[in-house]
Design a protein around this ligand. Structure first.
Ligand SMILES: NC(=O)c1ccc[n+]([C@@H]2O[C@H](COP(=O)([O-])OP(=O)(O)OC[C@H]3O[C@@H](n4cnc5c(N)ncnc54)[C@H](O)[C@@H]3O)[C@@H](O)[C@H]2O)c1
Length: 492
C-alpha cells in the first residue's frame, strides 16, 4: 500500500479541517494554506474533536500525531507535499485558479485531489500542466470519521493515478470508491440531492417541518442505512423471494407522481427564513459544537458495532487497525536496545480518586505493549486460527511515580530470557516530557497449542523473530530490581 509522507491542504474550513485532522491522526505532517485570519483557531477545534474520536475508536496504540504548519502562501504549502487536497469554496473559477497555482508549485509526481461536491474534474483540470495527476476525491463530513471518498477522474486523469490515490486514501483508513464514469455530483451527492429537493418541497408545501422530516429519517430508514444501502435493504424487504419480488410488488408505484424531483422550490427570502427559523427551533440550546460532539459519539458507537460484525464501514475500520498493527516488523527496530513499542496519552477516564492513573490501567498498557510485540513477531489472525497462541503466566508490576491525565507516556520492552516455549519480558513505562520511569512490568509468556490445551514450542515465524531480538538483547544490562518479588513486612 502506498503511504503519504507529507500532505498539503488548501482551504481549512469544515472539510479542509477534517482532512487536516485525518492526515495528522495518521501520523502524517501537514502544511495548511488558508487566507482566513481565524483559520488556525477553526482547525484546532476540529482536531480536538477528531482526537477524542480516534482515542475512542482505535484504542491506545494509534500513530503519533503529525505536525501541522500553517503557511502564508500556497506555494510553500505544496512545494514538498506528495499528496495535496484542495478544499476551497465551491466556485469553479476560484478552484481553477487555485488548482493551477498548486499544479505549478507541487512536485510533478505528487497527486492533487479536489474535495468538490459536484464540479466536473475535466473542467477543473483543463489548464493544468500535469492534468493526469488531478482528480476529485470527494469526502463526507466529518472527514476524520466517515470512510467514504469518491474518486472521479477527468478525461485526462490516468487510471494509474486514480489507483495510486485510492491506495493512499485506503492507508488513511478510508473506503475509496472509484467512479466508472465522470458525472456531475458523483454518486452520493446525486442521491442526497434527490432527497434534499424532496425534503425542501415537503416544507414548502406545508406538509412537515424540518424537524418532522428529520425525524422521518432518523427514527427509521436512517438507522438501516449505516448497515445496508437501499438495494440490500429492499432485497430483505422482498422476503424470501428477494429483489425480483420486491420490484414486481413496488415497481409500478414508481410511476405514480409521488415526487417533485425535477423541480426546485424557489429559495426566496421568505422560504429561506422559514427553513432557518425551523432549524433554529429544532437545535434549541445546542450549539454547532454540541451537535458535532453528539454526532461523533454516535458515529464512533455505530462504527464499533459494525467492526464487531465485520460489516461495511466497520470492516474498513477493522482492516485499518489490522494494517496498523502489522505495519511494523521486528527488523525495523534497533535490536541492540529495548524496543519502543507503545506511546499514548493518559485518558481522563483512566484517572482514579487520587487524580492519578488507576492501577489496572498500568496492566492494560503493559498488556497492550505485549500485544504489539506479538503482532510484530508474526502472531496474526492466521496464526491464532491455526490453533496456536501465547498466554501470560505471570506479571509483576512495580509502581515508581504517579502520572496524570493528558501526559504522554511510552513503553519499551527488553527480552530477559527465551527458550523453546517461553519468553520473559521487562516493560518500562516512562514519562515522555522528562524521561522519568513511571512503572515497570516483568512478564513470563508461554506458547500454547490452544486446541490441545497445553504448552508447545513457538512456531517457526515467532521463534525466528524472537531469536533475532534475543541475539541483540541478551547482552543488555539487566536492572537490579528484576526478579524481586513484593517485599515481606517485618514482624513487630
Ligand atoms: N461541507 C460539506 O459537507 C462538504 C462535503 C463534501 C465536500 N465539500 C466540498 O469541500 C469544499 C470546501 O467546503 P467547506 O464546506 O469546507 O467550505 P468552508 O467554507 O467551510 O471552507 C472553505 C475554506 O476555504 C478557505 N478559502 C477561501 N479562499 C481560499 C483560497 N483562495 N485559498 C485557500 N483557501 C481559501 C476559506 O477561508 C475557508 O476556510 C467545497 O468544494 C465543497 O463543495 C463540502
Amino acid at each position: 500500500m502506498q503511504k503519504i509522507s507529507k500532505a498539503a491542504i488548501v482551504g481549512g474550513g469544515v472539510i479542509g479541517g477534517g482532512w487536516v485532522a485525518r492526515f495528522l491522526l495518521n501520523g502524517i505532517d501537514v502544511t495548511l494554506y488558508d487566507p482566513a485570519p481565524n483559520a488556525l483557531e477553526k482547525v484546532t477545534k476540529l482536531i480536538a474533536n477528531a482526537e477524542w474520536a480516534y482515542d475512542e475508536l482505535l484504542g491506545i496504540n494509534r500513530p503519533i500525531i503529525g505536525t501541522l504548519t500553517l503557511v502564508k502562501d500556497l506555494a510553500s504549502a505544496v512545494r514538498d507535499a506528495d499528496f495535496i487536497q484542495e478544499s476551497a469554496p465551491e466556485d469553479m473559477a476560484l478552484k481553477q485558479r487555485i488548482l493551477k497555482d498548486i499544479d505549478s508549485h507541487a512536485p510533478a509526481k505528487s497527486l492533487i485531489c479536489s474535495s468538490t461536491s459536484g464540479l466536473r474534474p475535466t473542467e477543473l483540470q483543463n489548464d493544468l500542466t500535469h492534468p493526469e495527476r488531478f482528480m476529485v476525491g470527494h469526502p463526507f463530513n466529518p472527514v476524520y470519521l466517515l470512510p467514504l471518498v469518491e474518486i472521479c477522474g477527468g478525461s485526462q486523469t490516468t487510471i494509474e493515478n486514480k489507483k495510486r490515490a485510492a491506495d493512499m486514501y485506503q492507508s488513511l483508513g478510508m473506503k475509496p470508491l472509484i467512479l466508472r464514469k465522470e458525472i456531475d455530483a458523483f454518486i452520493a451527492d446525486r442521491l442526497l440531492e434527490a432527497y434534499w429537493r424532496e425534503a425542501l418541497w415537503l416544507v414548502k408545501d406545508g406538509i412537515a417541518t424540518v424537524e418532522e422530516i428529520d425525524d422521518a429519517i432518523r427514527y427509521g430508514a436512517g438507522l438501516r442505512w449505516a448497515m445496508m444501502g437501499t438495494f440490500q435493504v429492499y432485497r430483505i424487504a422482498g422476503g424470501e423471494a428477494g429483489m425480483q419480488h420486491f420490484l414486481s410488488q413496488f415497481g409500478p408505484s414508481l410511476k405514480w407522481p409521488w415526487t417533485k424531483l425535477m423541480d426546485v422550490p424557489e429559495l426566496d427570502e421568505d422560504f429561506v427564513r422559514q427553513i432557518a427559523d425551523q432549524s433554529d427551533a429544532q437545535a434549541g440550546d445546542l450549539s454547532i459544537r454540541d451537535l458535532e460532539r453528539i454526532r461523533d459519539r454516535g458515529l464512533v458507537g455505530i462504527l464499533k458495532v459494525l467492526q464487531d460484525l465485520e460489516w461495511g464501514a466497520g470492516q474498513v475500520l477493522g482492516d485499518y487497525e489490522a494494517a496498523m498493527a502489522s505495519g511494523q516488523k521486528v527488523d525495523s527496530y534497533d535490536l541492540q536496545k529495548p524496543l519502543p513499542l507503545l506511546r499514548t496519552k493518559i485518558k481522563t477516564d483512566w484517572i482514579d480518586y487520587n487524580g492519578h492513573m488507576t492501577e489496572h490501567r498500568y496492566l492494560q498498557l503493559f498488556g497492550e505493549t505485549t500485544d504489539v510485540l506479538l503482532s510484530h513477531i508474526g502472531m496474526d489472525a492466521a496464526y491464532l486460527v491455526s490453533g496456536r497462541s501465547v498466554y501470560t503466566l505471570e506479571t509483576h508490576i512495580h509502581h515508581l511515580e504517579e502520572v496524570s491525565q493528558g501526559e504522554v507516556v511510552s513503553v519499551t520492552t527488553q527480552l530477559l530470557g527465551l527458550d523453546n516455549k517461553r519468553v520473559r519480558l521487562l516493560h518500562v513505562m516512562t514519562l515522555e516530557r522528562n524521561g522519568a520511569a513511571l512503572a515497570t512490568a516483568e512478564q513470563m509468556l508461554m506458547h500454547v497449542d490452544t486446541k490441545a490445551g497445553h504448552a508447545c514450542d513457538f512456531g517457526d515465524e515467532l521463534a525466528t523473530a524472537l531469536s533475532r531480538i534475543w541475539a541483540g538483547h541478551q547482552d543488555l544490562e539487566v536492572p537490579g530490581f528484576v526478579g524481586k518479588g513484593i517485599r515481606a513486612l517485618k514482624q513487630a
